[in-house]
Design a protein around this ligand. Structure first.
Ligand SMILES: O=C(O)CCC(=O)C(=O)O
Ligand SMILES: [Fe+2]
Length: 364
């Protein structure tokens, strides 16, 4: 029997999805309700007792899973619905209409149907936009890792159809950015730091939102919607529809667990930057997207990313040369982001960049 999908999509056998993946065993579900009434204090003030239970839950979820779901998060469901409707309208358009806003090597924003994760093509179409314009990143024309100092400005390209697409996306971006800052502040508090300790890194953000569309796939046993990976930014705030397909690798036993769709919730995952800042107290979780023979699926990750000039390293307050030496060497976020983006764009012959490449060689 011939292959039903282009070989570019075929995962090597050890990385394929299998139909026995179990749904949601133990992924923490955190109710952010206490935040609606007890705001996070400014620097210096201790967290109010009303938040102590919530902080303990966030700490355990970041430590044990690097992944959790939140409800009562304050983002209006009406906004989420508008963005989903806009995404459905956009991806249903003929290919040539979508290609009018296609991303290229110069502008990595807009529509794209040929993303690669770890050099295998993903079964999906995407639309990317930044939440603050322009977003500034090192120029991709400079060779990966060399960084001659050239910068480029990224501007969004918006489709003409559906007409309400841009407004829905922009309003959603504002609301989800607010949620990301609250989560960042909670995480800072769980690391025994002032709530706003990390906020300034996001002054000129490279954050972006991706609308993901996973069409039905004739070979869900061979291809993946997104191959296994860890998100490289600080945090991801992800909306998924009710189809399901996101799998997270459980830290305790390495098993893939399907994240159960919960109405009006977001999935939060710790990215590599929080892993490095926390000096491995928290770890970013590996995840992937399995696809479906019959149903299409939509998801919307918001990647909360710092400014390009931020040098990422374990936070000084958490490092002690004797007791807990830094586990990573410092790296520049913009260069990392640029190098990863180039590897997502097309199949390369080299392994894509990971934070483990910056692990300090510890001498004992
Ligand atoms: O579609 C999803 O549920 C997750 C997508 C994802 O992991 C990503 O785009 O980084
Ligand atoms: Fe991801």
């Amino acid at each position: 029997m011939g292959l039903e999908v282009d070989p570019a999509f075929v995962q090597s056998p050890e990385h394929r999805s299998d139909p026995t993946v179990v749904e949601a065993s133990g992924i923490p579900l955190i109710d952010l309700f206490p935040l609606l009434h007890s705001p996070i204090p400014d620097a210096g003030d201790a967290a109010p007792p009303a938040l102590s239970g919530l902080l303990a839950e966030v700490e355990a979820a970041c430590r044990d899973w690097g992944f959790f779901q939140v409800i009562n998060h304050g983002v209006p469901s009406e906004l989420v619905e508008r963005v989903e409707a806009a995404a459905r309208g956009f991806f249903a358009m003929p290919a040539e209409e979508k290609r009018a806003v296609r991303r290229d090597e110069v502008n990595p924003l807009g529509y794209y149907e040929s993303e690669h994760t770890k050099n295998v093509r993903d079964w999906k179409e995407v639309f990317d936009f930044v939440v603050e314009e322009p977003a500034v990143i090192p120029s991709p024309a400079e060779r990966a890792g060399v960084g001659g100092g050239g910068l480029i400005e990224l501007w969004n390209q918006w489709p003409k159809y559906p007409p309400e697409f841009r407004e829905a996306c922009e309003e959603y971006a504002g609301a989800v950015t607010g949620l990301a800052f609250k989560l960042l502040e909670l995480i800072a508090l769980t690391l025994k730091l002032p709530a706003k300790r990390l906020n300034s890194y996001f002054k000129d953000p490279t954050s972006f939102i991706r609308l993901n569309y996973y069409p039905p796939c004739p070979s869900p046993d061979l291809a993946l919607g997104v191959g296994r990976h860890k998100d490289s930014g600080a945090l991801t705030v992800l909306y998924q529809d009710d189809v399901g397909g996101l799998d997270v690798r459980r830290r305790s036993d390495g098993k893939w667990i399907r994240v159960k769709p919960i109405p009006n919730s977001f999935i939060i995952n710790i990215g590599d930057i929080v892993q490095v800042w926390s000096n491995d107290k928290y770890e970013s979780a590996e995840h992937r997207v399995s696809v479906n023979r019959k149903k299409e699926r939509f998801s919307t990750p918001f990647f909360f990313n710092p400014a390009h000039y931020v040098m990422v390293k374990p936070l000084e307050e958490l490092v002690d040369d004797e007791k807990s030496p830094a586990k990573y060497k410092e790296y520049n976020w913009g260069e990392f982001f640029k190098t990863r983006k180039l590897s997502d764009f097309k199949k390369l012959e080299v392994e894509n960049i990971q934070v483990s490449h910056f692990a300090a060689t510890l001498c004992h």
